[in-house]
Design a protein around this ligand. Structure first.
Ligand SMILES: Nc1ncnc2c1ncn2[C@@H]1O[C@H](COP(=O)(O)OP(=O)(O)OP(=O)(O)O)[C@@H](O)[C@H]1O
Length: 448
């Protein structure tokens, strides 16, 4: 059977490439019906991949579609086909989590090859049982890239933790490699032949907690036409990776605590609890101790999860690893784009060194991927870096001193607690991070 691809058209219908014989012979196109939401169409068709087609819709609408699908279906690959491509759309799409980006004029063969490769490699990872579809997204170097002392210590810690089968809690800012660390723990553990299944706890509304985590029997509710295994059962014998646990609802927290205590699950509409063997690795980019103090995270659940603890450092805490991370990204991107880029010019590398990377390694990876879309030659020069990045560096050279001083004083007063400092300044945490990057404000102390 051909893989099915759901077309989500933001504007107009991409009838030209859908009719291309090389695509229509090898893929089954499926669509939303008039008035049907994307989520309903996803549930109805269960497509292997979603292809968002921008048409002439505004970038914000296209990006909102991509983010919405990625949030609700984090394991399904999403490709974007942009009729009116621009650098800001490409960067926005990568940030929104798009798995691949194509622009007009579209080469049907290249699109088909990427779709087949994406679906093929995910299936291969699944059947090998080394990494689940979820954890294999992005690049998997087998260990954290970086030769700094802090990275070597963390690589050593991950190896030691991997073999003991304890529950692990991984903390650190967004993009620092928490999911990658979870994948390393799983692949180096004795459970490596069984699957690792990720659960994005932030995307688990109360109405879906039980069906998503524990599955359901036929007839458990209207629309439950076939028995479906939940995420814990899919990981039987392997590892469950609970991502973004700091954003879980209290119902989800209660349900997960119960599974940990009982090591058993009860599918909706099912009978007695079924015993289950799994290892739990959890992650959050929020400070769990603060969440407990604020009363939004259960202390009993925290103690169940916080058995082994790994804190992933922010990239600004180990800038000496920038060159090896850049080299790793270039290797991966050369493979992905079929290019032979050798490296960065000194000016381009210096520019990367001046940025404080609030989005950490993910931001670095995305920046370099966006640079490839600009088709660099064998060396990436400063002018090849995305214009937005160049502008951001330029702006930081002409910053208003009073804003910088206000940020610094809020950070000092709060002992560099970003959430509290952001509240003091009446900003969101993301705005504070953006402004810290803009003003090149870097915390000098290291995490304990
Ligand atoms: N030390 C590293 N070596 C190689 N790749 C890395 C490293 N750290 C992060 N990455 C890469 O950066 C990207 C983001 O990493 P990952 O998704 O693991 O971050 P995260 O901390 O889980 O982010 P979030 O909190 O937003 O979910 C991935 O492509 C990952 O492979």
């Amino acid at each position: 059977m051909h893989p099915s691809v759901l077309i989500v058209a933001c504007d107009g219908r991409p009838s030209d490439f859908m009719a291309d014989p090389s695509l229509s012979r090898n893929l089954t196109w499926v669509h939303t019906t008039p008035g049907e939401s994307v989520v309903a169409a996803m549930d109805r068709h269960q497509p292997g991949l979603v292809l968002v087609y921008s048409g002439t819709a505004a970038n914000s609408r296209v990006l909102a579609s991509v983010s919405h699908i990625k949030r609700r279906f984090p394991t399904t690959p999403v490709f974007l086909v942009a009729r009116e491509s621009s650098e800001s759309l490409a960067i926005g799409a990568l940030k929104a989590g798009v798995d691949d980006y194509f622009k007009y004029p579209l080469r049907a063969k290249a699109l088909l090859a990427q779709i087949e490769q994406k679906l093929g490699s995910d299936n291969e990872n699944l059947s090998k049982g080394t990494l689940s579809k979820d954890a294999s997204k992005g690049y998997f170097p087998g260990k954290l890239v970086g030769e700094s002392r802090i990275m070597e210590e963390i690589n050593g810690l991950l190896e030691r933790i991997a073999i003991v089968d304890s529950t692990v809690l991984i903390t650190g800012e967004t993009g620092t490699g928490k999911e990658l660390a979870a994948g390393i723990i799983h692949t180096k553990s004795t459970r490596t032949r069984q699957p690792m299944v990720s659960v994005n706890c932030a995307a688990l509304p109360d109405s879906l907690v039980e069906s998503e985590l524990f599955g359901y029997e036929k007839g458990a509710f209207t629309g439950a036409v076939t028995p479906t295994r939940g995420r814990f059962e899919q990981a039987r014998g392997g590892t469950v990776f609970l991502d973004e646990i700091g954003d879980m609802t209290s119902l989800a927290q209660a349900k997960i605590l119960r599974v940990i205590e009982e090591k058993a699950i009860s599918p909706l509409g099912g009978g007695d609890p079924r015993p289950l063997d799994f290892r739990l690795v959890a992650a959050t980019n929020r400070d769990p101790e603060t969440l407990i103090a604020e009363g939004v995270f259960r202390e009993d659940l925290f103690y169940r999860l916080n058995v082994a603890r790994v804190h992933m450092p922010s990239l600004r805490d180990h800038p000496e690893d920038l060159p090896s991370l850049v080299a790793h990204a270039i290797d991966c991107l050369n493979l992905k784009f079929g290019r032979r880029v050798k490296g960065l010019s000194t000016a381009a590398m210096d520019a990367l060194g001046q940025h404080s990377w609030p989005g950490n390694v993910r931001e670095l990876m995305n920046l370099l991927e966006a640079t490839y879309i600009n088709m660099p030659a064998d060396t990436i020069h400063f002018a090849d870096l995305p214009v937005q990045f160049q502008r951001c560096l330029e702006d930081s050279r002409h910053m208003p001193e009073n804003e910088r001083a206000a940020i610094l004083s809020a950070l000092m007063e709060t002992n560099w607690n970003k959430s509290t400092a952001a509240r003091k300044l009446n900003w969101s945490r993301m705005t504070l991070y953006r402004k810290m990057a803009k003003h090149r404000i870097v915390e000098e102390r290291r995490h304990p």
